[in-house]
Design a protein around this ligand. Structure first.
Ligand SMILES: *[C@@H]1O[C@H](CO)[C@@H](O)[C@H](O)[C@H]1NC(C)=O
Length: 502
């Protein structure tokens, strides 16, 4: 991912707006008919995307063959093995914070909606995607009992000064860690959540692995609670300027405890999370702020399991939904003229996907418990949440004013110039010679041509607040895909692929 606050954003915004107006005018006549989508196909593609993001030694069954081994000595700077894991977006850095959130959301997608995935092949692929993230997080947590958690590999500033394939990268693979003296409750809380969630994914399929994950989750949560602080205060700007937890770390303490509570049933986590007083109202859910996700997760205990101690979280979850629904009197969420939630000018579809995941999950809980609630005058049912979730997913898949699918290789029109190093340059198989740092910019980044490697399933940052999309590699706010967009979308697509209210 690019830094969140690029200095040139205002001039760039002006240019994008000009392009937007032109493309809206020229395309306004072919508004897509509300088509039937093949959610099973989109689901398989959304999962396949994770193979293209893999770091480390790739296995024999790697289906995305334009990628090869990379980062094989990651961790050596600290004498640990930190190979594997995922690149977060279009660059070659491994950021532990969003990688953990990605793994949590992939796991939650499988736990909540895996039963609706149309084929065992899809379920197996989703589990493999969880495992690729969880394997790395286990390595990152290997010294957690001794007080250290590794939270990233790769100097992001140096990486961003180059346009290089991951297989070619030669910028410093700096290792970042948190510890007692440099605490990071945000990244530790999220990593604990990911390990706990993944342990439940494998509880039936691989007991020994699930136990290792849960032991690591407990140890990492212990770090988060014992040594409190924001990791961005300690790891330096070449991580902190990219993925600082702007919301603080209380939300991750809540979220991590909520996952450990579900995974262990140990009520000391319930006492702890109740003591946090994490009660702010929110209308967004993301790699930064997990309050809404934690509340929905905890609401499950009252709606599905009938445990009334969790009613306050149900209320907070419903407050979040009332802030998101377009026709709710208490809505604080903007929608584009074409009907897409618009939360941010930066990688907006990540927020759409994560909020939509919560809508599908809450719709499921409401169906199970036959619950109906009100946003002041607006009556909210499981069906109304499903309808909004479907509308958001259908928009992403092509039912929008441009008739453009924002998932690469799904539908008739999709982004050809995604902001992604490996996708935008020839594969190592096609072009074995090393492509240098600046050569990459000159020959590929600035070329107007379509990416040579089709990154199937990649969901880009998406259109602007007026439904326009320039398909410009340099416009990274809109053209970069991320793992934490696809991870919750996997759950949304599984939900829609299954039968209603199953
Ligand atoms: C529950 O968790 C607490 C805090 O981590 C721990 O001290 C306690 O031993 C656990 N209880 C059980 C039954 O595992």
């Amino acid at each position: 991912m690019m830094p969140l606050l690029p200095s040139s954003s205002s001039s760039r915004a002006g240019l994008v707006l000009a392009v937007a107006v032109v493309s809206l005018l020229s395309c306004s006549s072919h508004v897509a008919a509300g088509g039937r989508h093949d959610y099973g196909d989109a689901l398989a593609k959304a999962i396949l995307f994770f193979q293209g993001q893999r770091s480390g030694r790739l296995p024999q069954d790697q289906a995305v063959t334009w990628r090869s081994h990379s980062g094989l000595s990651d961790g050596s700077a600290a004498n640990v093995d930190l190979t594997g894991g995922y690149y977060d977006g279009g660059d070659n850095v491994k950021f532990g914070f969003p990688m953990a959130f990605t793994t949590t959301m992939l796991s939650w997608s499988v736990l909540e909606h895996g039963g609706r995935m149309p084929t065992t092949r899809a379920r197996d692929a989703a589990r493999a995607a969880v495992r690729w993230g969880a394997d790395y997080l286990l390595k990152a947590a290997a010294r957690a009992a001794a007080g250290t958690l590794y939270v990233g590999v790769g100097d992001a500033d140096a990486d961003h000064r180059c346009w290089e394939r991951p297989e070619d990268m030669d910028t410093p693979r700096t290792v970042y860690a948190v510890s007692a003296s440099a605490p990071g409750s945000d990244v530790a809380g999220e990593t604990a959540a990911a390990l706990a969630a993944a342990s439940m994914v494998f509880r039936a399929a691989d007991k020994a692995y699930a136990r290792r994950l849960l032991d690591a989750a407990r140890a990492v949560m212990g770090l988060a609670v014992r040594y409190q602080g924001k990791y961005s205060d300690h790891v330096g700007d070449n991580v902190g300027a990219y993925y600082a937890s702007y919301s603080g770390y209380k939300d991750e303490l809540l979220w991590g405890s909520a996952w450990l509570l579900w995974a262990t049933k140990n009520t000391s986590y319930l006492n702890y999370l109740n003591s946090l007083g994490a009660n702010d109202g929110v209308d967004m859910f993301s790699w930064d702020n997990k309050l809404a996700g934690a509340r929905v997760l905890l609401a499950r205990r009252t709606l599905v399991d009938g445990d009334k101690r969790f009613d306050p979280f149900r209320q907070q979850a419903e407050d979040f939904i009332c802030r998101v629904l377009p026709n709710s009197p208490s809505s604080t969420t903007q929608y584009t003229p074409g009907g897409l939630m618009h939360k941010s000018g930066y990688a907006n579809l990540q927020y759409v996907a994560s909020a939509t995941f919560l809508l599908t999950t809450y719709a499921k809980y409401m169906a199970v418990s036959k619950r109906v609630f009100y946003c002041q005058t607006l009556r909210v049912t499981s069906k109304s949440l499903r309808a909004l979730a479907k509308k958001q997913v259908d928009y992403i898949l092509g039912d929008n004013p441009l008739g453009m699918s924002y998932m690469v290789n799904y539908g008739a029109r999709w982004p050809r110039r995604i902001h992604h190093r490996a996708s935008s340059m020839p594969s190592v198989a096609a072009h074995p010679a090393h492509i240098g740092c600046q050569e990459g910019f000159q020959r590929y980044y600035y070329s107007g041509g379509a990416n040579p490697n089709v990154h199937t399933g990649a969901v880009v940052g998406g259109p602007d607040e007026r439904d326009a999309y320039p398909d410009d590699r340099a416009d990274y706010s809109r053209s970069e895909p991320t793992t934490y967009t696809n991870a919750p979308l996997v759950g949304c697509l599984a939900y829609l692929a299954g039968k209603p209210n199953k």
